[in-house]
Design a protein around this ligand. Structure first.
Ligand code: CA
Ligand code: CA
Length: 765
């Protein structure tokens, strides 16, 4: 075991391959299922990537899109602990069952379980006195994390912890030293970030079963989590504590219940526990355990979790000579498939946004929809490599619409947080419809996008009345209007397909609202006041977090926020050359964003910010002006500079998979600039070959000939053997299967994709 830890520590790419080979030999000896084989893509995943800096990724053991994310939890010392864990830390309070991955706000961290030895303690300690309770020091040298598995030694107690999971059940194994005071604390008080307990309950059902609930407020205003815990060995003793003090008996209910289990353990004795969760009841949580893990074979669950990950990771097989790029790619795939998460019981039942329990509705209900982020590339990626889950995700969004009157904005465990701006479920639902997914009711979907875009909130009433949102009436008015316009483009096309020409015309008009914001003098998207004049004074660099005119950005960044009508923006700018000149400046200008600028704006190239979503489509816009080769330069630079295989290798919040989805598309050489159109704009692939597994046993293969760090420019392209003159491919061309071949070189072919007919156009499948 210790050798494994040592090998894991080696991080120089040159010796990494040896490390991985060494790792595989050790694992192969103990558990044959884990021998490194050709199809073991999980070997390239390093869940530490993005756990340092502002990546905020989850570190722990889960299965793809699983409801539980058991993992280590630190004291929450600020923004960088939104997932509960940061690479820089060295003290953990225990192992909670739910974690967010990559968000900019912290919540969850429910049911914190902590093994320790010694006196009975009901608290891990505090930030000021971090080791005053049962919290423990740990070290990355004696910690191991891989898809579906987490292991650590708690240095203060000589306790080894192993975690794995099924969809709705966390599986913990604690190996204690010989001790007559081995403890397991179950803490229902503590959570992450904005979380705070409201009412919690812990009851001993029998000598191996505990159950209860944790109701909390926070980012999710009213979160109801039910749980059951089954232990491999009868409890010797249970001590209960609440804010009222110590509680006699086997049941405690209060704001912050803590239970401490006591065991007398022999040397190296392992005590296992399975934690089932449910949004419905603790009885359902117990049933989830019985359905998903009806045995105590930890290594079997661990092997199954790895297999589940390999099945998802293997949907794209890649070829590239360096291991670093393989690690970047498969870790990006891993991060893109954490959320949304299942939010139902094994039998399909779930609790809706209206708090009612819905018996199995015939689809898998999901939660954790970070849509302002994920509509851009993560959902378009799902439409290619997660087609069997798309209908369930759309049905989950439509159920939310029926329960709360609008599609989700940022949905968290049955709660609408209304986080960020826009109604970005609209392009996701519309796109699924355009792309032929038919496992949901299209009339309901159409009704949902119309209703969502008609709610008189967040500036929409003003938009409907004036055609723009006055900056003196609504904060973040420019971002809101631009995001609405993107979504309204999708509604216009949806209406066309539904034969509703009146709505098609109305939403087409609304999709052009961006034109009003364009100030021809400064040539920026600029806030407009109620009197119709542009807001003054105006500083295109200034960003004011949360209350300014631009959401986590400034005028330089938002001026390009027209992915649905790039040609329209080019026309406003005065044509290709004028657009190019201004766009070139975007990547070189520097200026003071001010003291109140959002910390989300990171990964800067000039004012382009790869660390945050508003820039994500932008580098591909050169292709619309016939300068595809400049897109190639920018995307290769971004992939090299802002994505690495180190813990700080993600340049901003991962945001539930969006940062990684950008890399997955870009590394294959194309990107969905307008997420609800069919067009995938060509960039410059980081990979030499990518084989995308598609429904119907089809494969889409991208081959980059003569590709290298210098040969970043597309010289020529073919699709299925025919010359491809255009700088884009379509969703349909991908899903039909086939071969895209790009021949690369070290000098730009300035003719590639330059003729007007070869540039990206807006096109539906
Ligand atoms: Ca909570
Ligand atoms: Ca972000």
């Amino acid at each position: 075991m210790f050798q494994v830890f040592l090998l894991k520590k080696i991080r120089k790419p040159g010796v990494l391959l040896l490390a991985i080979l060494g790792l595989s030999v050790i694992q192969g000896c103990s558990t044959p299922q884990e021998a490194v084989v050709e199809d073991d893509f999980a070997q390239y995943v390093d869940p530490y990537i993005g756990s340092d800096y502002h990546g905020h990724v989850f570190v722990g053991a889960n299965v793809p899109f699983g409801a539980v994310q058991p993992g280590p939890t630190n004291y929450i010392k600020g923004w960088d602990w939104c997932s509960g864990y940061h690479y820089s830390d060295s003290i953990m309070t225990g192992f909670s069952q739910l974690h967010l991955s990559g968000t900019g706000i912290g919540d969850l961290g429910d049911v914190l379980i902590s093994p320790y030895t010694g006196d009975i303690l009901f608290s891990p300690g505090t930030i000021k006195e971090p080791l005053a309770g049962y919290a423990s020091m740990y070290s990355h040298d004696r910690e191991k994390v891989e898809p579906g598995y987490y292991e650590v030694d708690l240095l203060d107690y000589d306790v080894n912890v192993k975690l794995t999971a099924s969809e709705r059940v966390s599986f913990h194994e604690y190996t204690f030293p010989e001790n007559n005071a081995s403890r397991i604390a179950i803490n229902l008080e503590l959570g992450i970030g904005w979380d705070a307990p409201v009412t919690t309950r812990l009851e001993q059902i029998n000598d191996t079963t505990l159950a209860g609930f944790r109701h909390s407020k926070g980012w999710a205003e009213d979160q109801e989590l039910y749980y059951a815990i089954v232990l491999s060995r009868p409890i010797d003793n249970l001590d209960l504590h609440t804010d009222q003090g110590e509680i006699e008996g086997s049941l405690a209910q209060g704001r912050d219940v803590v239970g401490v289990l006591t065991y007398s353990t022999a040397a190296e004795e392992a005590i296992q526990l399975k934690v089932g969760i449910s949004p419905v009841s603790h009885e359902a949580a117990l049933k989830n355990i019985e359905s998903e893990i009806p045995h105590w074979d930890f290594s079997q669950v661990k092997a199954e979790a790895r297999e589940k990950w390999n099945n998802e990771l293997g949907k794209i097989k890649i070829d590239v000579p360096d291991v670093e790029t393989k690690r970047k790619f498969y870790t990006a795939m891993y991060h893109s498939f954490i959320a949304p998460v299942l939010f139902n019981d094994h039998d399909g039942s779930y609790r809706g946004t209206d708090k009612k329990v819905y018996q199995n509705p015939g689809f898998n209900n999901y939660s954790v929809f970070s849509l302002w982020d994920t509509y851009r590339a993560n959902h378009p990626l799902f439409n290619i490599v997660q087609p069997e889950k798309v209908n369930d995700m759309i049905n989950s969004m439509l159920a939310i619409y029926e329960q709360q009157g609008k599609l989700p904005v940022w949905h968290l465990m049955g709660n609408e947080t209304n986080c960020m701006v826009g109604y970005s479920a609209v392009p996701v639902v519309s796109d699924a419809f355009f792309k032929g997914f038919d496992g949901f009711d299209e009339q309901t979907a159409f009704e949902a996008v119309l209703a969502t875009s008609n709610n008189d909130e967040f500036g929409l009433d003003e938009l409907k009345e004036k055609g723009y949102i006055p900056a003196d009436k609504e904060k973040e008015s420019v971002s809101k209007a631009l995001e609405y316009a993107i979504s309204d483009w999708a509604i216009a096309r949806f209406a066309e397909k539904m034969g509703d020409s009146e709505n098609a015309a109305y939403y087409h008009d609304r999709s052009r609202a961006y034109e009003k914001y364009f100030d021809p003098e400064t040539r920026f998207m600029r806030p407009i006041m109620s009197n119709g004049e542009f807001k003054s004074p105006f500083n295109p660099f200034q960003s004011v977090h949360e209350v300014g005119d631009y959401t986590e950005g400034n005028a330089w960044q938002y001026t390009w926020m027209v992915p649905h009508d790039v040609q329209g923006l080019i026309d406003l700018m005065g044509g290709d050359d004028a657009f190019e000149a201004k766009f070139d400046s975007f990547f070189v200008v520097s200026g003071d964003m001010g003291a109140e600028a959002s910390p989300d704006i990171s990964g800067l190239i000039g004012q382009y910010a790869q660390g945050n979503e508003p820039s994500h489509h932008a580098a591909y816009m050169y292709a619309f002006a016939g300068r595809q080769w400049k897109t190639a330069e920018k995307v290769r630079h971004i992939m090299d500079e802002f994505y690495t295989d180190q813990p700080d290798g993600i340049i901003g919040n991962e945001d539930c998979g969006q940062m990684s989805a950008w890399y997955i598309f870009s590394s294959m050489g194309f990107y969905p600039v307008n997420p609800s159109s069919s067009v995938m704009v060509l960039g410059s692939p980081d990979l030499d070959r990518a084989e995308v597994k598609l429904p119907g046993d089809k494969t889409f293969t991208m081959i980059a000939h003569n590709n290298s760090k210098e040969n970043i420019y597309i010289q020529s392209a073919t699709l299925n053997g025919d010359d491809l003159e255009r700088s884009y491919i379509t969703y349909k061309e991908i899903m039909n299967g086939g071969v895209l071949e790009l021949t690369m070189g070290d000098t730009p072919n300035k003719q590639f994709g330059t003729a007007p007919e070869n540039r990206p156009i807006e096109e539906l499948p």
